[in-house]
Design a protein around this ligand. Structure first.
Ligand SMILES: Cc1cc2nc3c(=O)[nH]c(=O)nc-3n(C[C@H](O)[C@H](O)[C@H](O)COP(=O)(O)OP(=O)(O)OC[C@H]3O[C@@H](n4cnc5c(N)ncnc54)[C@H](O)[C@@H]3O)c2cc1C
Length: 371
């Protein structure tokens, strides 16, 4: 059970996690599967996200009996159909995670129930800070202390699951206090915040991803998650990373299904390919076992634990790309047809490997963290 959880609503308290997962699977079959192509082509599925929220999909880690493993399982069910939507589920779950981990009890009480219920949608702009903490780049948002809050400016190149009334978590450097940044929520409805559409991507165009320009935005103290970000970042970083496993497990399970779908017709020749369904099934099982074990202690401050989290995340990104590549080779020309989901899975798999922490950053982290 996690430190700061949501006082469960009557509905959530009555619904067992297994029932929530069954409801998520029903929404995926009835609503998400038919919409997956449109989402891939750029449609932002706000209605589906709210439907998922309505059955409790974004509160599984925030309940009194909550566990990261349930939240990961729900995201894997979503990602098995569509990784773009699985990523938006991660954005929403991570926004909730920041609120759960923050010491700002008033902010948590005000916003966490709304995030869990899908009344407030949003995400996280922490790619840049996560890179900055490992010396890869400098913080792109900068603030100064003013009465009752901070004045912040800067540009983040990509933040997902956004819209005009959404919120996202951000970290900004504080003038005169270098190395000791602030973590807060940014309200996209504020006139000082501009969402700029991005160039089309290889995949993930339906994820509500924008470049966010912030011009002298006043962030009041009541939107501050931590006046000193680093202790909060250390507390929440393992959960931030582990929750991404939902995308990987869902995608890999569908790659396994794709291999199975062509086995009858093509198995006699596909058996010469290097990765066989049994190999992939074994990889999924081993990764799931490692992630589920790590999820038991997300607030473990030890370096040894964090190294295992980083190694598991690296393995998940590598395994996704390998699984989607194998599924493509098994499906052959069928999978090469633009309408076939196999080629979408291949494009989506690269996102798992490049979203922060990206493969190269994970390798850098393993190099820098003491063994
Ligand atoms: C579809 C999509 C959704 C994303 N959603 C989020 C999100 O919700 N929150 C979040 O914090 N991050 C988000 N990101 C960023 C993502 O997490 C990674 O940071 C990004 O993919 C680059 O990571 P990298 O470590 O490979 O860095 P690299 O690509 O090696 O380097 C990143 C740096 O290069 C520069 N750069 C490179 N290309 C461009 C470009 N086209 N425009 C502007 N600058 C550029 C920028 O300075 C940037 O900081 C998203 C990225 C994509 C593609």
């Amino acid at each position: 059970m996690l430190a700061a959880t949501l006082a469960p609503s009557a509905t959530l308290a009555e619904t067992a996690p297994a029932q929530v997962l069954a409801a998520v699977a029903r929404i995926c079959a009835a609503d998400l599967a038919p919409a997956a192509r449109a989402i891939d082509e750029g449609a932002y599925p706000a209605d589906i996200l709210r439907k998922l929220a309505g059955v409790g999909a974004f509160g599984l880690h925030a309940r009194a009996d909550g566990a990261l493993t349930d939240a990961i399982e729900a995201m894997s069910v979503v990602s098995q159909t569509c990784v773009a939507t699985g990523f938006m589920a991660w954005c929403q779950n991570t926004l909730a995670w920041y609120l759960m981990m923050s010491d700002n009890a008033a902010l948590r009480a005000r916003l966490l129930p709304k995030v869990v219920a899908g009344d407030v949608l949003g995400g996280t702009g922490l790619s840049n800070p996560m890179k900055a903490f490992f010396g890869i780049e400098t913080l792109k948002l900068r603030g100064t202390r003013v009465a009752g809050g901070y004045k912040v400016k800067g540009l983040l190149p990509w933040v997902s699951n956004l819209g005009p009334d959404h919120y996202f978590g951000a970290v900004f450097a504080l003038e005169g206090r270098e190395g000791n940044p602030v973590m807060a929520l940014i309200d996209c409805a504020d006139p000082a915040v501009t969402l700029k559409p991005c160039e089309p991507f290889l995949a993930m165009d339906g994820t509500g991803t924008y470049a966010v320009q912030v011009r002298d935005l006043f962030i009041p103290d009541d939107l501050v998650l931590a006046h000193e970000a680093m202790p909060l970042v250390k507390k929440m970083r393992a959960g931030f990373i582990l929750l991404q496993a939902g995308m990987a497990f869902g995608l890999m399970r569908d790659c396994l299904a794709l291999m199975g779908e062509v086995e009858g017709q093509l198995g006699h020749v596909n058996r010469y390919l290097p990765m066989q369904p049994g190999d992939l099934a074994g990889e999924i099982k081993a990764l799931e076992a490692e992630v589920m074990e790590l999820c038991a202690t997300p607030e473990d401050p030890s370096t040894g634990y964090f190294r295992r989290v980083v190694a598991a995340r690296l393995a998940a990104g590598d395994a996704c790309v390998a699984a989607a590549n194998a599924a493509m080779l098994h499906c052959g020309a069928r999978g090469y047809v633009a309408a076939h989901r196999c080629q979408r899975r291949l494009r989506e798999s690269y996102f798992v490997a490049i979203v922060t922490p990206a493969t190269k950053q994970l390798r850098l982290m393993l190099d820098q963290l003491p063994a």
